[in-house]
Design a protein around this ligand. Sequence first.
Ligand SMILES: [Zn+2]
Length: 207
Amino acid sequence: MVETSDYIARLRVVGGDPALDFVNTVEGERDGEPGFEHLRSYEDLVAWGYRVGILSEERARRRLRGARGRSSEAEAARARALELRDDLYRLFRAVARGKSPPLEALEALRLAESEALSRARLVPGEEGFVWEWVDEGDLDGVLWPVVHAATGLLTSGPLDRVKSCAGCRWLFVDESRNRSRRWCTMEECGTHEKVRRYLERRAAKRG
Ligand SMILES: [Zn+2]
């Protein structure tokens, strides 16, 4: 078992891509300030990696062991992860709105990807060779698969399916057949929106 805080265990994983799931580790209003933070420690970052399947249980445990007794380094690695998350958010939010991504966010991803690939090796996978990351000593390594997923999404798409939730700051790949998904989840944002509209209509009738 990988020890997980309840806010990581309860986090909804609905982005449809590890890069967007990573962006969605902080909650908040659409275009508002970031709200509830799910990555409150380096351990949370590792537990999240395990939760979304980019780290096996064994790898997650090894990463946690590797971070023991290195709390200031781990905190610095978490801070870098949050910076990268902000770049990915700005980048894919722009994509979702049909705008050009900020150049500095593209550059940050390019640098992170070249770092990630320089630490990876090519190994046979199920349908061909895949990148694999084995260096557990580097605390930044948790994010290398995320960085690579982000680059893959940006270069191979489907970018026309990247959307931002109509109710909050979360991003997702709309895999619905008629591309009609509007919410991160119906329970969270869809319902709030319906209630809001209902109250508006009621207020309008009274007014
Ligand atoms: Zn939402």
